[in-house]
Design a protein around this ligand. Sequence first.
Ligand code: NAD
Ligand code: ZN
Length: 382
Amino acid sequence: MLAMNYRGPYRVRVDRDAPIPEIEHPEDAIVRVLRSCICGSDLHLYHGLVPDTRVGSTFGHEFIGEVVETGSSVHKLKVGDRVMVPFNIACGKCAFCRQELYGNCHESNAQATAVGGIFGYSHTAGGYNGGQAEFVRVPYADVGPTVIPEWMDPDDAVLLTDVVPTGYQAAEMGGILPGDTVVVFGAGPIGIMAAKSAWLFGAGRVIVIDNLDYRLEFVQKFAQCEAYNFSFMEDPVEFLKKATDSLGADVCIDAVGCEATGNTLNYIMGTKLMLQGGSTTALHWAINSVKKGGIVSIVGVYGPIDALVPIGNVVNKGITIRANQASVKRLLPRLIEHVKNGVINPKEIITHRIPLEEAAEGYHIFSSKLDSCIKTVLIPPS
Ligand code: NAD
Ligand code: ZN
């Protein structure tokens, strides 16, 4: 089958003869992929920022597909079902899944103390292959996969596997109170959905910060918010203070994560070179722009080195920090309703549809933000 194959930082190819995955456990299903996306999180892998990203692995944690085989213990899915598959791999039974913390499942990633399993997201997230391929093995198939309603556009469905729930949870974790001023750092797919969702929690004002004009123009229309380019600001923190009556924003959302550009450091864990750390600029801005007693909500993804945050300011300002991988399964029922009622139109963010065979080009375009790219969808041959 065709499958994306990671060859090292900034190097991706597509194999034609990758082995088709097989059922390995009675709770598995095999899914034929109908669409997969390239995510900002894939860029951290692509940039070599995530520990233990092994050459030869297939990325892709945002995908939908058709069930072609089920293990003997799968009862809720049948062959032929078209499903959206949350990016979190969750057992549904452990202490964390029982609290609906599906991103923190304890069974799906035996090695990790924090993150649960994630499709196509390195051996730090369980070492599973992802959906940027023609077929994918889906563990715990009765837990995460959700049958796509008849009325739903597949382009909307694929964005419900990560982008929409992550943006929504970013706003939710902000604990937004009616009338609050919410600042979102990052106008990528996640920041766009966070800005849109902030209104649903009662925000009175939503401001998005990025340095890509085409994305700022898009988010301004899509989320009906204010949008500013930080490259024209002498000091974004001062700018935001002035814009918020000198007190700061009630809630700041980090929808950027570690950036490959910026203060790249070598990171040594024990004696093993683990990771090239990215820049943490947006997180610094978020902490320094939120008002005293405010909330910083982080969905941007960081490796260990990126824990270098201005913790003194967090303490002195009495800031609450909330962060997590989105718990997709918990949020899906209400987000499906929002899509049905037209409250959120996810597919509007898709700018590129690229054949799976050309995934390398897709990565290049999305990573370099070429051709006004916001979201790239990979389409396997039918
Ligand atoms: P993206 O690369 O498309 O967007 C990131 C945006 O941030 C870009 O538009 C970039 O110009 C902007 N940016 C860079 N530095 C900035 C700064 N200092 N201030 C403001 N904006 C800045 O990525 P995306 O798909 O939107 O993902 C965003 C982040 O969310 C990534 O870190 C990704 O890993 C993370 N993510 C987290 C989860 C989760 O469950 N927690 C899920 C999906 C994605
Ligand atoms: Zn993603």
